[in-house]
Design a binder for this molecule. Structure first.
Ligand SMILES: NC(=O)C1=CN([C@@H]2O[C@H](COP(=O)(O)OP(=O)(O)OC[C@H]3O[C@@H](n4cnc5c(N)ncnc54)[C@H](OP(=O)(O)O)[C@@H]3O)[C@@H](O)[C@H]2O)C=CC1
Ligand SMILES: CCCCCCCCCCCCCCCC(=O)[C@@H](N)CO
Length: 573
């Protein structure tokens, strides 16, 4: 391409300075060290916490309530490193961050000193120009006009440049210290810091293999102005000779901001009031415990009082702070009146305010053949699979709308809400209906800012499954073998991850992903690329699976008719 003539005259400004001021040179590392020290102090272990956990040294992370097999660490009791690490656990995080960030910076510096010669500069320039051309082809080459806009508004530009240079590292440290303090370690904090570390690694690989010149260093004919460095707003991190200028793409300024921003805005149950309907067993109980360990106030409702009491004890053992309120109420959720009464009990201690999130886990299936069910049993399928969740969803929506409060409603359908196999005549239609309701509500409740999610778990281990096995037809068991079962805890992890990511249809494993992506109807995708891949795999593989299933069902005819005869179900014919 041929560079256009310069539109903007260089503005009169102080001569380009070579970098940051002498004050900055001293102030910036000081700020970083101060923040790190503050983070370590802020996250120190208070003495009574130590005695509560009972372990001599280096106990598990704060959110692992079950004291697992721990090694005896008492012989390190007088080792000063152990003592410091115990008193100030955030020191380990400082080390982790120093390792990822500074190893990255050092690797970058080494590459700057050792490998950057004329050849690299040429390559980097070539790549930079290629990228600009590519943007132009796509019609998204706005960088220059954005820069012109800012050059005409020096105040805004200087402010943003300072943010760019000074906020990146201090803000990341503050974010890490804050999240370490407030979020469960292994499920939220650790994955985030791992993501940051991986972003560093990825950036390193990309700029080593494909060095790219940032626009500001391109030849003048490209009209970009190096606005960061010309006015002395660079920071010590960006203006020394060890700074590899060709490591600008991919940008960690962007990557870190994105990761930090997404983490801050992701839904977190901490301090929220979560109502788990069906929270006394299986999935509901696992969800309730996980929410409790993440700092939520948890209310559970189910029918059986004995199981409720036992469940409340288990939830109690996951407590993360003393202010959390845990409560349980016995109600059956089959009717509108009962569901409303349950909700009123649940909110009583919370000033009558609607819960922040409602997890609808109540449900049950009794697998049998269509001909085998009594009329009542077929009717009940809808009560257990549909109404049990639908009535609570309506009571909650009414309350939220009347109070003008936002909230989340999470339905629990099943893999059998997206596909089905013989044996689920009472259950699969209800779980499909639930999906119809949720799909509709996702749209309608946009009117009130209420988020709707629906979970489609595969088979889950637990007492419910053991109970189903008692009536489950042989052919159903046979066909269900190709489904990998999850523990309720694994299913909970998948569900909460989906919610954090803002997914609407949430699935639990590969097979549920295939059916989710291929039966999406008008529901939003979770990931435009991956869902397409799942859809394609499903398009090819499901027909093969299906023809195998149909064959198995036909082959079962003889045995089945015998079964019907043996059970007196063929008496009329
Ligand atoms: N297990 C599996 O393989 C799968 C299950 N699912 C679905 O996941 C959800 C949870 O299943 P799972 O954890 O295995 O089941 P569980 O039987 O272990 O738990 C069900 C919970 O719902 C409660 N409940 C049931 N009926 C009512 C009612 N009428 N009123 C109030 N509470 C009720 C139960 O307590 P109580 O009986 O005391 O009332 C219990 O707390 C269900 O909706 C199920 O259909 C989806 C896919 C697979
Ligand atoms: C390439 C495609 C391969 C497809 C394999 C699919 C196998 C599906 C079997 C159905 C499993 C049903 C799980 C839900 C169980 C359930 O909801 C009840 N147990 C709850 O009460």
């Amino acid at each position: 391409m041929s560079p256009a003539p310069a539109l903007v005259q260089p503005i009169e400004s102080p001569p380009p300075s070579s970098g940051s001021s002498a004050l900055g040179l001293f102030l910036e590392p000081l700020i970083v060290i101060t923040l790190l020290t503050a983070g370590v102090w802020f996250n120190r272990r208070l003495s009574q916490e130590g005695s509560r956990s009972g372990s001599p040294l280096l106990p598990g992370t704060p959110d692992s309530p079950t004291p697992e097999k721990k090694r005896d660490t008492s012989r390190y009791a007088n080792n000063w490193i152990s003592r410091a690490a115990y008193r100030f656990p955030f020191l380990l995080e400082v080390l982790y961050w120093a390792l990822t960030y500074w190893i990255y910076q050092i690797a970058r510096a080494i590459s700057a000193v050792l490998f950057i010669d004329e050849g690299t500069v040429d390559t980097a320039r070539k790549h930079g120009i290629q990228l600009l051309d590519f943007e132009r082809t796509l019609g998204i080459q706005y960088e220059h006009s954005v820069q012109v806009w800012f050059i005409q508004r020096p105040l805004a530009m200087n402010a943003l440049n300072r943010v760019y240079s000074f906020i990146h590292i201090p803000a990341t440290i503050m974010f890490l210290a804050y999240f370490y303090h407030t979020q469960p370690f292994s499920r939220i904090y650790a994955p985030i810091r791992r993501t940051l570390a991986l972003a560093n690694l990825l950036a390193f690989v990309v700029f080593t293999l494909w060095p790219c010149m940032p626009p500001r260093l391109l030849p003048v004919s490209y009209r970009f102005v190096d606005s960061v460095h010309r006015n002395g707003q660079g920071s010590v991190w960006t203006t020394n000779k060890f700074c590899n200028q060709f490591a600008a793409m991919p940008s960690l300024h962007f990557g870190y901001s994105l990761i930090v921003g997404l983490s801050l805005f992701a839904w977190s149950p901490k301090d929220k009031h979560c109502y788990v309907a069906g929270g006394s067993s299986g999935l509901g109980l696992a969800v309730a415990k996980e929410l409790a360990s993440q700092g939520a106030h948890v209310s559970i409702v189910a029918r059986d009082k004995g199981r409720l009491t036992a469940a409340l004890g288990e939830i109690e053992s996951c407590r993360a702070s003393e202010d959390q309120v845990f409560q349980s109420f016995s109600h059956s959720l089959f009717t509108a009146d009962e569901s409303r009464a349950a909700l009123e009990d649940v909110v009583a201690k919370h000033d009558g305010l609607s819960p922040d999130a409602i997890f609808l886990c109540a449900g049950k299936s009794v697998p049998k053949f269509f001909l085998e069910y009594t009329d009542e049993e077929l009717y009940e399928g809808m009560d257990y699979g549909y109404w049990c969740q639908a009535w609570t969803a309506r009571a909650a929506t009414r309350m939220m709308v009347q109070q003008g409060r936002k909230g989340k409603i999470v339905f629990v359908s099943s893999l059998l809400g997206m596909m089905t196999i013989p044996g689920y005549a009472s259950y699969a239609p209800a779980k499909h209906a639930l999906r119809g309701l949720a799909d509709m509500l996702r749209m309608e409740l946009l009117l009130y800012n209420i988020d709707v999610h629906i979970f489609f778990p595969p088979t889950m281990y637990g007492s419910a499954l053991d109970e189903e096995k008692k009536t489950r037809p042989w052919i159903t068991t046979k066909l269900e073998e190709s489904d990998d079962a999850l523990t309720p805890e694994q299913a909970t992890a998948a569900l909460l991850k989906g919610i954090r990511r803002g997914q609407y249809h949430i699935s639990g494993n590969f097979i549920t992903d295939l059916f989710r992506a291929s039966s999406r109807e008008a529901a939003p995708r979770n990931n435009w690329l991956l869902d397409g891949v799942y859809d394609l795999i499903a398009y090819i593989s499901i027909p093969f699976w299906l023809s195998g299933v149909d064959k198995q069902v036909r082959a079962h005819r003889e045995q089945h008719l015998q079964y019907l005869a043996d059970n007196g179900l063929l008496s009329r014919s």
